[in-house]
Design a protein around this ligand. Structure first.
Ligand SMILES: NC(=O)c1ccc[n+]([C@@H]2O[C@H](COP(=O)([O-])OP(=O)(O)OC[C@H]3O[C@@H](n4cnc5c(N)ncnc54)[C@H](OP(=O)(O)O)[C@@H]3O)[C@@H](O)[C@H]2O)c1
Length: 499
């Protein structure tokens, strides 16, 4: 059990003064929220070294300018610094062209030596987040990437902490209360199986060798590698390649850690910012958002999901606040590793029915679809099936059967409907694939215990800062889900992902 020294907003802000932090994943959604917040609350941070995938420093700099600091989330900071913004960024951010897939991130030895002497904290947020990514690609980033980050961390002479961003769903489809427990090397979610990461590497190499020996096309290779990832994940009890490889990443972190503290942050489904730097900022369409957009565009009339259950979501700024407080926290007892669930299901669960109701209300009042003459189209409520069997039965009746009949007609008419038939078939297969991938989340019956994070919250003195706003709120109880989804998140999804 972690004993944590008392903190307040000032001491957390103060902790970042004169610190050098290496951050991976800064061009992603969560990375931007983190970089912006550190620079906004602690302009005296020494340096943020951002590892960005790019062929050289110039390209990394360009990516930083166009994909990070040019984004709306930096508006407040821009306003604060006015004409001095560019200079401020130049002084505080050092872009590094590198890739976590490579040993030492592919940095040259001079760069490496200088960095290793300077870095106080490493934040590893880089990942491939696609549920059904090719096994080799997901493994390279989420597993070998974690290994390379650890190896690099071991070379950093004054490193205090390695903070690794994982996901709460490394728990797979467990039910009941899920503790903030580390994975032991080789542990799986399926009784009777044992995971050997080296064997997985060999399996991937062998699959690649075979594909090349058979002169497979790129498309066929991709398909085989995606299938291999799902097959291996399911064999060991995880529902998809993403969470499986993230779980292996955690195992590696725990196994290879050095003298420094390893903090593993496990957020659930991260949604748009609740408050900071302003409500509703987000990037990328994932999980629940793709369902919402599919509904709003009227291409998804039904989906899988039990509306009697809850959905564990957590706004991005809450995750970043928790990360920053976890970095600043002084653990009184020597712990090699600590895990924090940054989740909502235990303290303030969001009922799925409420989320769906907010979605219906929002799009009934603000429909995205227009008719032929520009008039708003009347929206119908989306239908949810609470079991896969029900959904499969319904789709077989309403879609698969007519599709098979069209297939027969097409044969009888010497292929006149081939293009149309193939298009519908592809859509049907894609839809069913999405259903299978999302079902574990729509039907999730677990609840994430966040006792460690609660201890961190208890250690925070929640006095208001000078502006009267609380700088490091990471309490899900402060979210009114109905208001958040209707007024903040859904408008944010529409604004930032639909145009
Ligand atoms: N979003 C969620 O709902 C959610 C929930 C739970 C946990 N998480 C975790 O939170 C973290 C951040 O997620 P996110 O949503 O911000 O992801 P994201 O938007 O997809 O961003 C991923 C980031 O990782 C970088 N990256 C990928 N491969 C890399 C490599 N080989 N070397 C260096 N950088 C690489 C990407 O760089 P490029 O721009 O070059 O691709 C990008 O900056 C991830 O670890 C994810 O697993 C996310």
């Amino acid at each position: 059990m972690a004993m944590i020294g008392e903190m307040d907003a000032d001491s957390v802000v103060g902790y970042f003064r004169n610190k050098s932090i290496l951050i991976t994943g800064s061009t992603g959604f969560l990375g931007k929220v983190l970089v912006e917040k550190i620079l906004r609350v602690q302009p005296d941070v020494k340096k943020l070294f951002l590892l960005i995938r790019a062929p050289n420093v110039e390209s990394a700099k360009l990516r930083l300018q166009t994909e990070v600091t040019a984004k709306e989330i930096f508006q407040l900071l821009k306003k604060k610094h006015g004409v001095g913004f560019e200079n401020f960024i130049e002084e505080k951010i050092c872009p590094l062209a590198g890739d976590i897939m490579h040993e030492d991130f592919g940095l040259d030895s001079a760069q490496l030596r200088a960095l290793c002497k300077d870095i106080d904290i490493i934040v590893n947020g880089a990942a491939t987040t696609n549920f059904s990514e090719r096994y080799d690609a997901a493994f390279d980033v989420n597993v070998l990437g974690a290994k390379n980050v650890c190896a690099f961390a071991n070379k950093c002479t004054k490193l205090k902490m390695l903070l690794h961003v994982s996901t709460a769903y490394v728990a797979g489809e467990q039910e009941g209360l899920i503790p903030e427990k580390p994975f032991l090397m080789g542990e799986t979610l399926r009784v009777g199986t044992h995971l050997d990461i080296e064997s997985e590497i060999n399996l991937i190499k062998e699959a690649r060798r075979e594909l090349r020996a058979n002169c497979s096309t790129e498309k066929a290779e991709k398909k085989t590698m995606k299938e291999l990832g799902l097959k291996r994940a399911r064999h060991f009890g995880w529902p998809n390649t993403y969470v499986f490889t993230k779980a292996m990443g955690e195992m590696i972190m725990g196994h290879l850690r050095g003298r420094f503290l390893v903090v593993i942050i496990r957020p659930s489904i991260i949604t748009s910012t609740l408050k900071e730097p302003f409500p509703g900022w987000m990037e990328g369409i994932r999980t629940i958002d793709s369902v919402m957009i599919g509904y709003a565009k009227q291409i998804l009339p039904f989906f899988i999901g039990d509306l009697d259950l809850i959905i564990d979501v957590i706004p991005g700024d809450i995750v970043v606040n928790a990360m920053m407080v976890a970095m600043a926290a002084q653990l009184k007892d020597q712990q090699p590793q600590i895990i924090y669930h940054v989740t909502s299901s235990l303290r303030n669960p969001a009922p799925s029915a409420l989320v769906v109701e907010s979605m219906h209300r929002y799009f009934f009042e603000n429909p995205l679809c227009k008719g032929r003459n520009g008039e708003h189209v009347r929206m119908k409520k989306m239908r949810f099936f609470s079991t896969l069997a029900q959904l499969r039965f319904y789709t077989a009746l309403v879609y698969k059967l007519p599709l098979q009949m069209l297939g027969l007609l097409n044969i009888a008419l010497c292929g006149v409907f081939s293009r149309y038939y193939n298009k519908l078939s592809r859509k049907y297969i894609f839809f069913m694939h999405m259903v299978e991938l999302y079902a574990p989340y729509g039907l999730f019956k677990g609840c994430f215990d966040d006792t460690n994070l609660e201890r961190l919250r208890m250690a925070m003195n929640t006095d208001q800062n000078n502006n009267g706003s609380y700088y490091f709120d990471f309490d899900p109880k402060s979210v009114d889900w109905d208001d958040y989804f209707y007024r903040v998140h859904i408008p944010g999804v529409v604004k930032y992902t639909c145009h």
